[in-house]
Design a protein around this ligand. Structure first.
Ligand code: SAH
Ligand code: SF4
Length: 423
């Protein structure tokens, strides 16, 4: 553990992973990082190894009931029972795919639903984890973005996905083969917009007292929240994936509004700085969702190769995954392979992400799924369109989210939204 970075800033603040909607407001031990768990036991005047014991019970043996933690004294268990809770998020639906992938829908404390997906590939098993319910960043090709922002997940709700997947796949039997070898923060939400909880959850993924995954196998994917990328090095040494999706600012801003705030040069600079902070040699993955007629031209590939010349990286092309609220299309296989070849000729290692679990709607950007009631989704979309219009007219100092909330509570939907009329 010593080689991993510690979250010095939050030491002592063991009660921060409290779910605000909880009436009892007890901190959830499932979401306490090593430092916070140690701080808790130190406040209880207990030895630090108690923190190790409890973490191992929870994350390595899957035990959430204090009474089953038999090497902890009854007195201490009694004290803990008064102070804390240990609770995993609730699985509300479970979809096994024919190709061996698996999707679960989880209900978080805010009442929202998020998804996690397990994708086995040979000896590797990748778990795709959500960080937020919805997302405020509104990328034009993303189903999660179309939902708008609902809530941030707590540490327990993020790490709870790893806990749940482990429980659902193998159970916590030590003899069971370890199937989750990689975790990617590529589910719903922008991880760096929920910074501290994501950093704590990632530290638990890599902690030997918890899941002990290699830092090379835990990846944070970001659309480019530059100040947060710059902060990351103080908190973690996990791997980084960057959603670029366009080779120039004009195109990127048109499909990813965040680019207007943090343009490509600043993003690449921040990524270089983070990579330079790592002790070992690692490169970021540049994700590029290829959308028919938008960013899939040969010229885009050439421009991308030029742009990335000074950034050692791997490129992952993601053929666009269609969903019902989008008019975008997936390019043909030949367009994608031409795009790939141009980049390969320029010297890049390029992978093309194959679409998995099509039968359960678990591909990138489709993580809203059929469970989400179609009407509710469209209503939300309509409200967001209305809120956006209001924002444009700049009549008040309210944020878009606040306005959307007010509209939601007064039941005013934008009847003129073409997405609603067209459905
Ligand atoms: N918010 C983070 C992580 C979640 S999205 C981010 O944007 O990086 C995970 C990946 O899926 C991102 O690269 C995203 O751009 C991509 N993605 C989103 N919608 C998609 C779609 N419809 N088809 C293909 N990839 C998509
Ligand atoms: Fe948010 Fe990522 Fe989707 Fe963009 S691609 S809307 S940042 S989840």
């Amino acid at each position: 553990f010593s080689s991993r970075r510690r979250h010095t800033r939050y030491i002592g603040d063991w009660s921060s992973d409290v779910c605000s909607s909880d009436l009892i407001m007890k901190p959830n031990l499932l979401g306490l990082s090593r430092e916070k768990m140690k701080a808790l036991f130190s406040e209880l005047e207990e030895k630090p190894f108690r923190a190790q014991q409890v973490m191992q019970w929870i994350h390595q043996r899957g035990v959430l009931d204090l009474n089953e933690m038999t090497d902890i004294s009854k007195v201490l268990r009694g004290k803990l029972e008064q102070l804390v809770e240990i609770r995993a998020p609730k699985v509300v639906a479970d979809y096994p795919s024919e190709d061996g992938s698996h999707k679960w829908i989880i209900e978080v404390a805010s009442g929202s639903r998020v998804e996690m997906v397990f994708i086995p590939e040979g000896s590797r098993g990748t778990l795709c984890v959500s960080s937020q319910a919805g997302c405020s960043l509104d990328c034009s090709f993303c189903a999660t973005g179309k939902q708008g922002f609902n809530s941030n997940l707590t540490v327990a709700e993020i790490i709870g996905q790893v806990w749940l997947a482990r429980q659902q796949l193998d159970g916590f039997d030590a003899a069971a083969q370890r199937r989750i070898s990689n975790v990617v923060m590529m589910g719903m939400g922008e991880p760096l917009m929920n910074f501290e909880p994501v950093m704590d959850a990632v530290s638990l993924m890599m902690d030997d007292w918890a899941y002990g995954l290699s830092k090379r196998k835990v990846t944070i994917s970001t659309s480019g929240v530059v100040p947060a990328i710059r902060r990351m090095k103080e908190y973690t040494d996990a791997s980084l994936a960057v959603s670029l999706h366009a080779p120039n600012d004009a195109l990127r801003s048109s499909i990813m509004p965040i680019n207007k705030k943090y343009p490509i040069v600043e993003l690449i600079d921040a990524v270089k700085e983070y990579m330079a902070s790592l002790q070992d040699k690692r490169v970021p993955v540049i994700e590029y969702t290829v959308i028919k007629g938008v960013n899939d031209h040969r010229q885009h590939a050439r421009e991308l190769a030029k742009l990335l010349k000074t950034l050692p990286c791997k490129i992952n092309l993601i053929p666009f995954n269609p969903f019902s609220l989008s008019d975008y299309r997936r390019p043909s296989d030949s367009v994608i392979s031409n795009f790939r070849e141009i980049l390969q000729h320029a010297g890049f290692t390029v992978t093309v992400r194959t679409t998995r679990a099509d039968d359960i709607g678990a591909a990138c950007g489709q993580l809203v799924g059929d469970v989400e009631d179609q009407t509710r989704r469209q209503e939300r979309h309509a409200r967001r369109a209305e809120a956006r219009q209001n924002e444009a007219s700049e009549h008040s100092g309210q944020s878009r989210v606040e306005r959307a909330r007010i509209l939601a509570s007064t039941g005013e939907a934008a009847a003129s939204d073409p997405l609603v009329l067209g459905s």
